[in-house]
Design a protein around this ligand. Structure first.
Ligand code: FPP
Length: 243
């Protein structure tokens, strides 16, 4: 109850008429969260996957149409095999559940990244979830970045332009990004105490507002998102212009 009151209070400070249209999150701190509790790093990822579910639902409740999270980078393959397998297993489990509940939840799912390296059973689930999403008439969409790297994405788009013989314009490059149909993020959040972009949405974050906090991702909750949105709403966005 106390927790609910706290959520209500912070939600009350969010200006619902000036919500970000797109929030992107680097889900950092799972390993440290687990270590602090004497648990294996993979335990942190398990709770982190639940946090993603909670935050996606809350974005919908608030009325934020797009949420994008960094689940696995092009560099994360360097982690121990057990950890990589756990993350892929969590995504598989999440997708099985999402395929059953997507129509009820009414949140579309989309995957951004080079999916050619993703194990076949997981890819089949991704295809199924994306096919269901295309049939959903919902303004809410959660994007999961998987085997994603900002540099890789820009290179991939540049190669596509060259192969199509198109001219190198911002518009053409944008059309070939994994995120082509998605507006750029207004707010980019990195919990977990680090203050870097780690190859995430390099092109799309050109004018995003950045918000860093020390909360480890498994502890991130509705009140933490409210705080990030309230901070975002205090910023003066000029997009390179003047007032
Ligand atoms: C970064 O924390 C987190 C990851 C590399 C993996 C994130 C993946 C999930 C939360 C599971 C994905 C599942 C769904 C359903 C989206 P870290 O391990 O680098 O933390 P540390 O900095 O404390 O070591």
């Amino acid at each position: 109850m106390a927790q609910r009151e706290q959520l209500y209070q912070t939600a009350g400070q969010v200006d619902m008429s000036r919500l970000p249209r797109h929030i992107a999150i680097i889900m950092d701190g799972n390993g440290r969260w687990a270590k602090k509790r004497g648990l294996p790093r993979t335990a942190g990822h398990k709770v982190g996957a639940e946090t993603f579910r909670k935050v996606a639902k809350y974005c919908k409740r608030l009325g934020v149409p797009y949420l994008t999270v960094y689940a696995f980078s092009t560099e994360n393959w360097r982690r121990p095999k057990e950890e990589v397998d756990t993350i892929m297993g969590l995504l598989e489990r999440y997708l099985h559940e999402a395929i059953d509940s997507m129509a009820r939840e009414n949140i579309k799912l989309c995957f951004l990244g080079d999916l050619s390296a993703i194990p076949a059973p997981l890819r089949a689930l991704i295809d199924k979830a994306e096919a269901i999403s295309r049939e959903l008439d919902s303004p809410y969409q959660a994007n999961i970045c998987l085997n994603y790297g900002g540099r890789d994405e820009i290179l991939h788009a540049a190669r596509a332009i060259a192969e199509a013989g198109e001219s190198f314009t911002e518009e053409n490059l944008q059309r070939h990004l994994y995120s082509a149909a998605i507006p750029d993020p207004d707010l980019l959040i990195r919990p977990g105490g680090e203050q870097r972009i780690s190859n995430f949405l390099l092109w799309q974050a050109a004018y995003s507002e950045f918000y860093f906090c020390d909360t480890l991702w498994p502890d991130f909750d509705e009140a933490a998102l409210d705080k990030a949105i309230i901070a975002y709403q205090s910023r003066d966005r000029r997009f390179g212009g003047v007032k």
